[in-house]
Design a protein. Structure first.
Length: 345
């Protein structure tokens, strides 16, 4: 071989090597997804999805800039044979390698689930179901099946007690059973031996504590510091055999939560939740009680009050009394203020 041929061959090889090295560097490291976009794209891969399904979703939503390089690297990394379901965030200006590695390893991004201020089981289902692959119908079916509820120690009415309002990180493709297992695990964490002992001391089961806490929270949603006093008043009534006569239970029975003034006719509604007509606790919670309300019941304020009504100053606090005459006086002042402000219902 002539010297010139060797030099030419070397230069050609060097150019080709440099070219391919640069191309591979581009394939691996150059941003190729969500280019120049402000927000991440959420990719949902359902159970049983194929590689082509994933690609179609990315193309349909204009996520990939250069599809050839993405396909090339995906096949090189054997992603088509390793499709894993889940929820994945694809950040702006992401590289092929970062995204394919994430998808191939099943390194999904959890759903941040927050729920609170829920009264009805159907509200709970509507709030949670759409956030996960199992959907509303499967969750509704599970929470309406006696055997499923019994597995966790509840019935179809009291099972809502298991859901403690909070924020949880849970994978999108979790099964219904695994999701309920997680909620039960969080419930068991709350019910420590100390809390169980406190419930036993006031002769209430954890479910009954949840039910009473839900009434306390409905009665005092704003002034958290007053909840132990409200809880003490209701416990005094329970222990003396008096009906609770809690207005929120009437609203729950009527399924009308916008009522501001309970009328005499409404107190007569026939429902096991109407604590004016029935002695003791209703069949289950009238809302998802938060942990503050549960602890307010377990650590209730000890006093002699058996009556309360909203204060006439409409401050959000209550006027308490240990006899009916004093309670009537407090109630008259409150009713007079409602009349003065023309609050009729």
């Amino acid at each position: 071989m002539s010297r010139n041929f060797k030099v030419g061959a070397f230069i050609t090889l060097a150019v080709l090597t440099t070219t391919f090295t640069f191309y591979f560097w581009q394939i691996f490291r150059t941003p190729n997804l969500q280019l120049e976009k402000e927000n991440s794209f959420v990719l949902y891969i359902p159970e049983g999805a194929t590689y082509e399904t994933v690609l179609d979703t990315l193309k349909k939503n204009d996520v990939i800039n250069d599809q050839v390089s993405f396909r090339f690297l995906a096949k090189l990394l054997k992603y088509p044979e390793r499709i894993k379901s889940g929820r994945y965030l694809i950040k702006p200006n992401a590289t092929n390698y970062a995204v394919i590695s994430k998808l191939r390893e099943g390194d999904q991004d959890a759903v941040r689930l927050t729920f609170n201020n829920i009264r009805l089981k159907e509200e709970l289902i509507d709030r949670i179901g759409p956030k996960f692959e199992f959907g509303e119908e499967k969750l509704r079916e599970a929470l309406s099946t006696p055997a499923v509820c019994q597995k966790y120690g509840f019935d179809t009415t009291t099972v809502v007690s298991m859901f403690l309002p909070n924020t949880y990180d849970i994978f999108w493709d979790v099964s219904t059973e695994r999701f309920l297992d997680r909620m039960h695990s969080e419930y068991k964490k709350f019910w420590t031996d100390e809390r169980l002992a406190k419930a036993k001391a006031i002769n209430l089961t954890p479910v009954e504590v949840s039910t009473l806490a839900s009434i306390v929270e409905e009665e005092q949603a704003r002034k958290v510091d007053e909840r132990p006093r409200v809880a003490g008043m209701y416990i005094n009534r329970l222990q003396s055999g008096m009906p609770l006569q809690a207005d929120p239970t009437v609203k729950f029975a009527l399924k009308d939560f916008g009522i501001k003034r309970i009328l005499t006719a409404q107190l007569m509604v026939a429902s096991p939740y109407n604590t004016y007509r029935n002695v003791g606790l209703p069949p289950g919670p009238i809302r998802l009680a938060d942990q503050n309300s549960l602890d307010a019941v377990l650590n209730y304020e000890k006093h002699d009050y058996t009556y309360m009504c909203a204060k006439a100053d409409l401050s959000g606090y209550h006027a308490f009394a240990d006899n009916y005459a004093e309670h009537l006086a407090n109630a008259r002042m409150y009713q007079a203020e409602l009349n003065r402000r023309n609050i009729m219902k």
